[in-house]
Design a binder for this molecule. Structure first.
Ligand code: BGC
Length: 243
């Protein structure tokens, strides 16, 4: 089946048509800067632009950076606060005239990694952490998603963990990689102590910069870098339409 996968992020909105049985993109992904302010209307228009770009007439799978309950956004950490309680499925359907299904962006990336990436075939408790503008998480038990975990919103130093060790937190104060990796290790240790997963996967924008920090991390849990890079969110959002 082919589905248009769309990954809505704090800084970019990316899309591609995905073959959901192979997890492959049918052509190169297309990226548009996230409009600012990232209001529901502005983002819906950007998704419409992607639909036009691909001349797409089928179903759309959307990954969105919020807790998603029955297609409705329940939080809005890195997008405009007016997203809270917006029915994302009907907003996107109205804007595009196409059927749309939304899922949390990290959950989407996790689904892709568990099916076609580094988590393929892994049983037990697997936690994928995506690190970029924010920090997202996707928890799996024997390959089945436990949706809407938000480990990036654990409280660290009086604020959410993503303010402490996301990639944007690093860039904001021009943090050295060794300092940032110390922070990331404290965060991951905390997760390790509380949920004792069998495997932690690091994904998101920092996955491709692993040579800067991976050797500095020290956990008792097996730790791996995601392999699908920036297509994971798109692929997982598309796959979610069929799940
Ligand atoms: C949001 C999550 C999202 C993560 C990564 C966080 O701020 O709360 O829902 O998965 O950013 O985009």
């Amino acid at each position: 089946m082919t589905i248009l996968g769309v990954d809505i992020g704090g800084s970019g909105i990316k899309g591609a048509v995905v073959d959901t049985t192979t997890g492959l993109l049918l052509q190169e992904r297309h990226r548009i800067d996230t409009p600012q302010p990232a209001t529901p209307e502005a983002i819906a228009n950007t998704v419409k632009e992607l639909v036009n770009f691909f001349d797409w007439k089928g179903k759309i799978g959307v990954g969105f950076p919020a807790v998603i309950r029955n297609g409705v956004a329940k939080t809005a950490a890195n997008v405009d606060p007016t997203w809270v309680n917006v029915d994302v499925n009907s907003l996107i359907s109205k804007a595009t005239g196409l059927e749309a299904a939304v899922i949390n962006d990290a959950d989407a990336a996790g689904i892709a990694e568990m099916n076609f990436g580094i988590g393929k075939g892994r049983k037990g408790v697997v936690l994928m952490i995506t690190i970029g503008t924010g920090i997202g998480s996707a928890l799996f038990l024997d390959g089945k998603l436990v949706p809407n975990t938000e480990y990036g919103h654990l409280i660290f130093k009086g604020d959410s963990a993503e303010k402490y060790c996301s990639d944007s937190a690093r860039k904001k104060i021009d943090m050295k990689w060794d300092e940032w990796s110390k922070r990331l290790n404290i965060f991951l240790k905390h997760i390790e102590r509380t949920i004792n997963p069998d495997l932690i996967i690091i994904g998101g924008g920092v996955a491709k910069k692993q040579d800067k920090y991976f050797h500095l991390l020290s956990l008792d849990t097996e730790l791996k870098i995601a392999t699908l890079e920036n297509s994971a969110g798109i692929v997982g959002a598309a796959m979610n339409v069929n799940l």
